[in-house]
Write a protein that binds this ligand. Structure first.
Ligand code: PXG
Length: 290
C-alpha cells in the first residue's frame, strides 16, 4: 500500500512521522474520513472544505491549496488501484518541541491513507442496533468546538468506552444543556410521521457530510426536515431512529436505553432514505480514473 506523505507516495513501512510531532504529543491537528464508491470519491469537495474549516478554527495553515488536496486524495486512490475505499486525511501541526507552543512547530504534516473500513457488524444494518445515552457530555462549543474534526477525540472516545461498558457500540451524547447533540462518531436522526428530525448543529455536533446528504435526499423522499432541540423523551417516542457517518453510512437504531424504538425493527422511512442515499453515492462524486 502506498501512503501520501507530504507530497510523496511512500511505501506503508516507510510512512512514519516523528515522535516530536504535535499531532502525537498533543492531538494538535485535524482529520477527515471520506468514502469512494464505484471509482468516485463521494463529496470530496465538501470533505476538503471541512478539513480547511477545521484547520482555520485551530489556526493551522495547511501548506497546500484545496485544489491540490483534492488532487492528492484522487492520486492516492489511483496509485493503490482502489475504486471502493475509506480515505483518512490527516494534517498535524508538525514537528515541535516538548512544549505546547504551536509557534515552535515546523511545517504541518499531510498524510493520506486509502484503505478499507468496517465499523459495525453486518447484522446491525439488517436488524438494527442498540445504543445507550452516556454520562460524558459533548464538548461545550467554547471548549473544543464539536464542529472541529480535530485529532483530539478523547471526548468521543470516553463516551465510546462508556458505550462499550454498557455492551453496545454507539452512544448518544447530550450537550451541557441536556439536549441530544450526536453520537460518538455519527450524527443522529429520528422519524416521526412525515417529519425527519435531527438536532441542530448548534446543539454540539460535527457538521456531518452524510447528515447533509440525508437531508438532501429526504426532501426528494417527501420528508419535512426539521432541526429542533431534541430530548431523550423525543428519541424514545420516535417512530424510527438511525445514525449517519461516512464510514458507517446509515445504521438503523432499534433500541435506545432499553426502550424499543417504534416497532423495534428497521422501518420503512429508514429503508427509503438508505435507498436514496445509496443512489446518490453511486451516481455522484469526483472520478478517480479518467
Ligand atoms: N460526528 C462525529 C463526532 C464524527 O466523528 C460524524 C459525526 C459523521 O460525519 P460524516 O461527515 O462522516 O458524515 C463523525 C465522523 C470511526 C470514525 O472510526 C468515525 C468518523 C470518522 C472517522 C472514523 O469511528 N465519524
Amino acid at each position: 500500500m502506498k501512503i501520501y506523505l507530504n507530497g510523496k507516495m511512500v511505501d506503508e513501512q516507510n510512512a512514519v512521522v516523528s515522535v516530536f510531532d504535535h499531532g502525537l504529543l498533543y492531538g494538535d491537528g485535524v482529520f477527515e474520513g471520506i468514502r469512494a464508491y464505484n471509482g468516485r470519491v463521494f463529496k470530496l469537495v465538501e470533505h476538503v472544505a471541512r478539513l480547511y474549516y477545521s484547520a482555520k478554527a485551530i489556526a493551522l495553515t495547511i501548506p497546500m491549496t484545496q485544489e491540490e488536496m483534492i488532487k492528492a486524495v484522487v492520486e492516492t486512490c489511483k496509485v493503490n488501484n482502489l475504486r471502493d475505499c475509506y480515505i483518512r486525511l490527516v494534517v498535524t501541526r508538525g514537528i515541535g518541541t516538548l512544549g505546547l507552543s504551536p509557534k515552535k512547530c515546523g511545517t504541518p504534516q499531510v498524510i493520506i491513507i486509502a484503505a478499507g473500513i468496517q465499523l459495525y457488524p453486518e447484522e446491525y444494518y439488517t436488524k438494527g442496533m442498540s445504543i445507550v445515552t452516556v454520562p460524558t457530555t459533548r464538548n461545550h462549543h467554547n471548549a473544543v468546538n464539536p464542529a472541529i474534526k480535530s485529532l483530539n477525540y478523547l471526548n468521543n472516545i470516553l463516551a465510546k468506552i462508556e458505550a462499550n461498558t454498557a455492551g453496545v457500540e454507539e452512544a448518544i451524547m447530550l450537550n451541557s444543556q441536556g439536549y441530544v447533540a450526536e453520537c460518538t462518531g455519527d450524527n443522529i436522526f429520528l422519524i416521526k410521521g412525515k417529519q425527519l428530525i435531527t438536532p441542530p448543529l448548534s446543539a454540539g455536533a460535527l457538521y456531518g457530510i452524510t447528515r447533509g446528504s440525508v437531508i438532501e435526499v429526504a426532501k426528494e423522499g417527501g420528508f419535512e426536515v426539521v432541526e429542533p432541540n431534541v430530548t431523550r423523551y423525543d428519541v424514545y417516542n420516535a417512530d424510527e431512529c438511525f445514525v449517519t457517518g461516512s464510514a458507517a453510512e446509515l445504521v438503523p437504531v432499534t433500541k435506545v436505553d432499553g426502550r424499543e424504538i417504534g416497532a423495534g425493527v428497521p422501518g420503512e422511512g429508514f429503508k427509503k432514505l438508505l435507498d436514496l442515499f445509496r443512489k446518490l453515492t453511486r451516481s455522484t462524486g469526483t472520478p478517480i480514473f479518467e
